[in-house]
Design a protein around this ligand. Structure first.
Ligand code: DGL
Length: 265
């Protein structure tokens, strides 16, 4: 029996926060994790470069592997590449967008915040989400690449600089009662963020919703526990990895084999 894989894609390690939700819900699902570190950080890229990077790398991987579904585990990419990618692939493509809708529904004060990458906070897609789902809320937005880098460091076993994190979160006090983590790198620091914002403020991300959507789409697939347990997840990068040994160590605890280079595209 051939076990088909789910491809989870991001610019760096952020998509691992989505992987964790998917693997908690579907422990027998084999995963290929791929990250485009050659073009990292995506939050600083021009739109056309971003579209061609994501489409190129994902299509090349889909040609080489038996993949049943793709998860673009990156808000920055999802806000622009999904239509392009869907027109190139004949398998489902699931994206991730900032959880503005649940935040607006949960907020009592009607003052919420979005923490994302500089590109995501500027995108018309994000403004449309706010207009559609949070018309009655004041929505403060902060774009931070520094926080993306802190997520990368944490997954390489480095301690989080809480003073630096506090400075990034400085605009988010007062009557804000919901902060949306609109970048997949940020749930990797959720505990630290929650600790600084206090428990009166909810910290929301889209990871579980994405995992449930993947579960629904894969319902018909039969995962074989014995095969799945005997096979490690695979991981591919587009370039040499910074502190590769430290990242390999962290990822092996999540069930991954060592990082390999992705096909050129
Ligand atoms: N993890 C990505 C996101 O969800 C992007 C981080 C970056 O490369 O800037 O937006």
């Amino acid at each position: 029996m051939i076990v088909k894989s789910v491809l989870i894609f991001d610019s760096g390690v952020g998509g691992l926060s989505v992987f964790q939700e998917i693997s908690a819900l579907m422990p027998y699902q084999h995963v290929i994790y791929a990250f485009d570190n050659a073009a990292f950080p995506y939050g600083e890229l021009d739109d056309d470069v971003l579209v061609s990077r994501v489409c190129g790398m994902v299509s090349a991987l889909c040609k080489e592997h038996d993949i049943s579904l793709v998860v673009i585990a990156c808000n920055t990419a999802s806000t622009i590449v999904l239509p392009h990618l869907r027109s190139q692939l004949d398998i489902p493509v699931v994206g991730v967008v900032p959880a503005i809708k649940p935040a607006a529904e949960l907020s009592q004060t009607k003052h919420i915040a979005l923490l994302a990458t500089p590109a995501t906070v500027k995108r018309p897609y994000t403004q449309d989400l706010v207009n559609e789902f949070a018309p009655d809320c004041k929505v403060d937005m902060v774009g931070s690449t520094a926080l993306v880098l802190m997520g990368e460091d944490k997954l390489r076993g480095q301690p989080t600089d809480m003073a630096k994190l506090e400075a990034i979160l400085a605009p988010f006090y007062g009557d804000i009662d919901c902060v949306v983590l609109g970048c997949t790198h940020f749930p990797l620091l959720k505990e630290e963020i929650q600790q600084l914002l206090g428990h009166k403020c909810r910290v929301i991300d889209s990871g579980l919703a994405i995992a449930k959507r993947v579960g629904m789409l894969l319902r018909q697939e039969e995962a074989d526990p014995f095969l799945a347990l005997s096979r490690k997840h695979d991981v591919f990068s587009s370039a040499e990895v910074k502190e590769e040994a430290a990242l390999n160590k962290e990822m092996s605890q999540m069930g991954f084999s060592i990082i390999k280079r992705a096909p050129t595209f």
